[in-house]
Design a protein around this ligand. Structure first.
Ligand code: F6R
Ligand code: MG
Ligand code: MG
Length: 372
């Protein structure tokens, strides 16, 4: 087939079970029923509903293209309906990520996270979908860099003629709402200047040098949308694999390093990202440590063949062990940096309210103690 197919992953936290640790099966069931209805009416080619921690992810294929109101609206309807179920069960934080009352054509800016790509399905199209909980949008920067630009991770950059030219990265400045493109390997150092600052610069997409999309991430920063802390972004990312893109094993390899991300308890701490099976994506210890899951699919005329639960594999046991050791080490710092986020990042948590209460208690230093 040479037709275009769109893969949309739209997610939201609409209520946790228990606390913020997991998803109630009733919500997964209700979302699946509604998706089935949209599939039988041929709005969707196919779908898969899953959860990572307290986030509900709707994975969909269709032919409407990215940012289509009909697809965004159906996701919004499902989140609204499931919020009703969450309210009945009095789940924790029911409707947390739905920041608006009425749908206005696109879920962007309304709370849910979105990653979408329109592609021409190849002869064989292996897709990997990453979903994280208790962390923020910049969490994909390091793994995406390794997958598409680091030859120590991706042997294909050296060995495969299909990848030897390198890739093109689209980076968004989520605070100034601007973007920039970098070609690797030539501009690798320039790229790293920005993407190392994960709270502000986020890799939105990666393309081949011919412009074909290879990866897309959700860049929604909930706190910046809501103007206050309502929960972490808990981002998603779609990666195409094999052939001109990194092999499945090269796409998964970055997650063997227990890399430190922001999020965890109250969205206010740094901690290591733990790759787990879907079943084990239930962040409980100190509301964490942050989790990442990966579902693998083969696309067949837009149908989602799968999923395979990619981190449900003993070769990721060692990184999980290392994450636990690092988690212990970070936790021992308690409320001290670098476990707790630095002050300017705490601006987007509930801490400013406490600081406001103490504002009038500050007094000027006596002159004798003031530097000349
Ligand atoms: C992290 C997260 C949780 C909560 C924490 C406190 O993204 O959502 O860690 O911040 O459980 O929640 P509240 O203030 O609702 O009791
Ligand atoms: Mg939650
Ligand atoms: Mg969450």
């Amino acid at each position: 087939m040479n037709k275009q197919v769109t893969v949309s992953v739209i997610k939201a936290d609409i209520g946790g079970y228990v606390g913020h640790s997991a998803m109630h099966p009733g919500l997964l069931e209700r979302a699946s029923q509604m998706m089935e209805d949209f599939r039988s009416r041929r709005v969707l080619i196919d779908f898969h509903v899953t959860s990572c921690g307290d986030d509900l992810q709707l994975i969909m294929t269709h032919t409407f293209g990215v940012d289509h109101p009909q697809i965004h609206q159906l996701a919004w309807e499902i989140f609204r309906e499931c919020t009703g179920t969450a309210r009945e069960l009095k789940l924790y934080g029911a409707g947390q990520d739905l920041l608006a009352d009425a749908f206005s054509g696109n879920v962007r800016g309304m709370g849910p996270g979105v990653a979408e790509m329109e592609i021409t399905e190849r002869e064989s199209e292996p897709l990997l979908i990453f979903m994280a909980d208790k962390t923020s949008a910049g969490a994909w920067n390091l793994p995406l860099f390794k997958m598409f630009a680091d030859p120590f991770n991706t042997a294909g950059l050296i060995i495969s003629p299909a990848m030897h030219a390198g890739f093109r990265f689209e980076v968004h400045d989520v605070k100034q709402h601007q973007r920039i493109f970098f070609n690797t390997p030539e501009e690798m150092y320039d790229l790293l200047v920005f993407i190392g600052a994960t709270g502000r610069y986020v890799i939105k997409a990666v393309y081949t040098r011919e412009g074909e999309v290879g990866a897309v991430s959700s860049t929604q920063r909930l706190a910046l949308i809501a103007g206050k802390y309502v929960g972490k972004d808990d981002p998603v990312c779609i990666v195409r694999s094999q052939g001109k893109f990194p092999a499945v094993g090269e796409v998964l390899e970055p997650f063997t390093m227990p890399h430190i991300v922001e999020g965890w308890m109250r969205g206010s701490h740094y901690g290591p990202l733990m790759p787990t099976s879907v079943r084990q994506a239930t962040p409980a210890r100190f509301d964490g440590p942050p989790r990442v899951i990966c579902l693998g699919f083969q696309l067949a005329e837009g149908r989602l063949i799968g999923p395979r639960d990619m981190f449900d594999d003993p070769s990721f046991d060692e990184v999980r062990r290392q994450v636990n050791i690092l988690a212990d080490q970070m936790r021992r710092h308690g409320p001290f940096e670098p476990h707790r986020l630095p002050m300017d990042e705490m601006e987007y948590t509930t801490l400013p309210q406490v600081m406001e209460k103490l504002r009038d208690r500050w007094e000027a230093l006596p002159e004798t103690l003031t530097p000349a």
